[in-house]
Design a binder for this molecule. Structure first.
Ligand SMILES: N[C@@H](CCC(=O)N[C@@H](CS)C(=O)NCC(=O)O)C(=O)O
Length: 253
């Protein structure tokens, strides 16, 4: 499905975590990696030390940004929309109702599941020491002494505002378990989330939950593992989207 007429694609993101099978600790970046592979679009990776590095492309200071030639496209949902426009039928299929449903699930995953990814790493005391080491361990000592606390306070404030962490740990993880139960009941026993083939719904649900299956968040990993149908579904999406596309070249920002 690769086309030769598209301009070169460059995915601006943070460092590769060095975890086999996980391109990024950012679920939004994982979503775009997998979408590009599913669409058969070759791309180059550009890594920044922090999202602010790409502010010239995205004033919001967030990753991912996909450069389509010289044009920066910000926000993973908009990026998926552009990929679908470049390779029609690669990320959504079926009638208009099926396509609308796929995009609605994509929105649900970004709006709801993403909060639990942030909470698992930055708010959950069980995971915070490992998260701090992972995200700040390579920094010079003076920065390492102050930056984690500053970033953590900012993210905790945002989690409370989003009502992810407003009731504290117990309430957050009880809501997470209830949500996993519903996803387990809804998970397709074969195939993908929306009948008719892999879609943006799978990419988004997978990107967030697969990040929570990493060793960085062992309790959340275990909670997902206990849901057999959901886990088998995530494995199917992983197998379908990890692809054998030539490992994209990487360069610093
Ligand atoms: N709605 C955006 C969200 C992207 C996002 O939140 N990215 C995080 C990394 S996972 C980020 O860059 N955060 C930097 C910050 O909030 O300062 C998308 O879908 O791309």
């Amino acid at each position: 499905m690769t086309t030769t007429t598209n301009p070169p694609l460059t995915l601006c993101e943070l460092a590769d975590p060095g975890v086999p099978g996980l391109e990024s600790y950012s679920p939004f970046c994982v979503k775009v990696h997998r979408a590009l592979r599913v669409a058969g679009l070759p791309y180059t990776r550009r890594h920044g030390a922090h999202p602010g590095v790409f502010k010239r492309y995205n004033p919001a200071g967030k990753v991912p940004v996909l450069l389509i030639g010289d044009e920066p496209v910000c926000d993973s949902t908009e990026i998926l929309r552009r990929i679908e426009a470049m390779v029609p039928g690669s990320l959504v299929s079926g009638d208009s109702a099926a396509q609308a449903e796929a995009w609605l699930w994509e929105e649900f995953a970004d709006a709801s599941l993403s909060g639990f990814v942030v909470a698992a790493r930055w708010a959950d005391e069980r995971n915070w020491p490992a998260a701090r080491q992972t995200f700040f361990g390579g920094m010079p000592a003076p920065l390492r002494a102050v930056l984690p606390g500053i970033v953590r306070r900012r993210l905790l404030g945002a989690l409370v505002a989003r009502e992810v962490w407003s009731g504290g740990a117990e309430r957050c993880w009880a809501r997470f378990e209830a949500l996993l139960d519903r996803l387990e009941a809804r998970a397709p026993r074969d195939g993908f989330w929306i009948g008719g083939g892999l879609s943006v719904a799978d990419l988004a649900i997978f990107a967030h939950l697969h990040n929570l299956r990493a060793d960085l968040t062992p309790w959340q990993q275990g909670a997902i593992r206990r849901r057999a149908a959901l886990s088998a579904y995530l494995d199917r999406v992983n197998a379908r989207t990890s692809g054998d596309a030539a490992a994209p070249a990487a360069r610093a920002a």
